[in-house]
Design a protein around this ligand. Structure first.
Ligand SMILES: O=C(O)CCC(=O)C(=O)O
Length: 246
């Protein structure tokens, strides 16, 4: 898929300060509908083969860089890295990609949460890294807040996604409160105004992983396909390595 040249279409926010304050930004479509369909077609086939192997209804595929050369290329495209630099003022590299599809067979509610887990190549006990687990054969761990605060998530929407279609809701500024306990998450979610992040097909939501976010089941459960890519700008400490860094 050709994403080169898309950088010129990206609308940067007024400043790095705005992204830092809000913790999210919605970029106008940067990928054509035809290219979205091509990418979605390839990822649907991958998801379909996972569903056949799994007894559970699965709604996503993890660890995409090894599974999809086109996702690997797209995640590292100059236009994507340019967008992230415009927003966060730093050079990022992709470290993990996941494909989600909300549809009539997999139409789930996601409660308010922060993304607080990263995937690493090997389990190496390291100060500040807790709660090790394994997902899809890959080691995951909760890193210190300082690592998560330096990361960004890019969600490329492969379908139009509005309030009726399971769009992500976010609480602006909540990423600046560090890693929150469950009771604090509930408190913020009940007391603070949320923003529904409608994104057009080919558009991108960029957010900080610690930004509180949730999503409702789609009331209009056609496909709501999202390519979710996490980016870091620093190496991990103590010889830990990002699982998918390229
Ligand atoms: O795609 C969604 O609706 C939610 C995904 C999510 O919460 C996440 O990636 O952490």
């Amino acid at each position: 898929m050709d994403t080169m040249g898309a950088a010129s279409k990206i609308q940067a926010p007024d400043s790095v300060e705005l992204f830092d304050r809000l913790g999210f930004h919605i970029a106008l479509p940067v990928i054509s509908p035809e290219n979205c369909d091509l990418q979605a077609g390839e990822l649907d086939a991958l998801l379909g083969s996972h569903r056949t192997k799994s007894k559970n209804k699965i709604a996503g595929v993890r660890n995409l860089f090894a599974r999809s050369p086109s996702v690997r290329k797209l995640a590292a495209a100059p236009s994507m890295l340019h967008l992230l630099r415009e927003l966060a003022g730093l050079d990022f590299f992709p470290v993990r990609a996941i494909y989600f599809d909300k549809n009539p067979q997999a139409n789930w509610l996601v409660p308010w949460h922060q993304d607080s887990v990263v995937a690493v190549e090997e389990r190496i006990e390291t100060c500040g890294f807790t709660g090790w687990s394994e997902k899809d054969g890959v080691h995951h761990v909760h890193p210190p807040a300082g690592i998560l605060e330096k990361m960004v998530v890019l969600r490329l929407h492969l379908d139009d996604c509005g309030a009726e279609n399971g769009a992500l809701k976010v609480i602006p500024g909540s990423h600046r409160k560090g890693i929150l306990k469950a009771e604090d998450i509930l408190c913020h979610a009940t007391q603070e105004a949320a923003v529904v992040c409608g994104v057009a097909k080919g558009g991108i939501l960029v957010m900080r992983p610690l930004l509180l976010h949730a999503s409702m089941p789609s009331k209009n459960p056609v496909h709501r396909r999202v390519l979710h890519v996490e980016y870091a700008c620093i190496d991990l400490p103590n010889v830990l390595r990002w699982f998918e860094s390229q």
